[in-house]
Design a protein around this ligand. Structure first.
Ligand code: COA
Length: 224
């Protein structure tokens, strides 16, 4: 397997492991019995993406020195990471990726992949704050769909990063995203309600990376 087929390693700081690849074929036969049980009733497509995601995650854990053990599902749908590790998984129809870090280096991680060009104005209106929408309106028209995808991807990544910590719903309005285009980075301001659930001095940072047809966003949480 190519370790980072999508070339998204640069989304994250040093010290975390990123593995990405094709969904088809990647995870075939890779599930442990406890993981297999989680998707036993699912259609093939779902089994395939689940296996590919677990396969990426296992390989990323291996890069950090952790081997073995089933990666079960948390009550909220995320992964139950081994003690001392955290991470995130994302898949599209074609691609899958996982990021994993040691908790001593990073408190939380989020990763999201989305196909570019599928983000309608209607979805944008649902996920963006007034301020984000105003900013987007001022951008070149030919860039707007791609940038709308960055907002979406960033917010999904924030959700994955924070949901295990906040143990609750994070609304799209709870993360105000500022997109810096050079370098391609994300500044994320959280609502007071969500910030209050995080440890003092918690800092959320992010980056995004468009590839040919795909947008990828990564976020990580540090306690300063
Ligand atoms: C859960 C959610 C983020 C998944 O994103 P998606 O784009 O549909 O799908 P992806 O392929 O990118 O990600 C799926 C993976 O996310 C992970 N995931 C699911 N729920 C999760 C949670 N609560 N916390 C962390 N990770 C989660 C899982 O690992 C899942 O893959 P798996 O089931 O194969 O293990 C999305 O469905 C969702 O509920 N979004 C709304 C919440 C939100 O974004 N609020 C606003 C935040 S500012």
């Amino acid at each position: 397997m190519e370790h980072d087929l999508l070339g998204i390693r640069g989304l994250f700081p040093d010290g975390v492991a990123v593995v990405s690849g094709l969904v088809v074929g990647m995870g075939t036969g890779a599930l442990l019995p406890e993981e297999e049980a989680l998707v036993a009733e699912c259609v093939d497509k779902r089994r395939q993406e689940f296996s590919a995601g677990r396969c990426c995650a296992r390989e990323a854990l291996g890069e950090l020195g952790h081997t073995g053990g089933a990666l079960l599902r948390s009550a909220r749908g995320g992964v139950v990471w081994p003690e001392g590790y955290t991470g995130a998984i994302s898949h599209t129809r074609e691609f899958c990726a996982a990021v994993v870090g040691r908790r001593q280096d990073v408190t939380g991680l989020g990763l999201d992949l989305e196909n570019i060009g599928r983000m309608s104005e209607r979805i944008g209106a649902r996920i963006m704050t007034d301020c984000e929408r105003t900013w987007l309106t001022d951008q070149p028209p030919e860039e707007q769909n791609r940038l709308r995808t960055v907002f979406f991807c960033a917010k999904e990544a924030v959700y994955k990063c924070l949901s295990p910590i906040t143990q609750g719903w994070i609304g799209y309005d709870d993360a105000h995203v500022t997109i810096d285009t050079a370098p391609q980075s994300l500044r994320i301001a959280l609502s007071d309600k969500i910030a209050a659930l995080l440890p003092e001095h918690a800092r959320l940072e992010g980056r995004y990376l468009p590839t040919d047809h795909l947008m990828a966003a990564g976020v990580w949480l540090h306690i300063a």
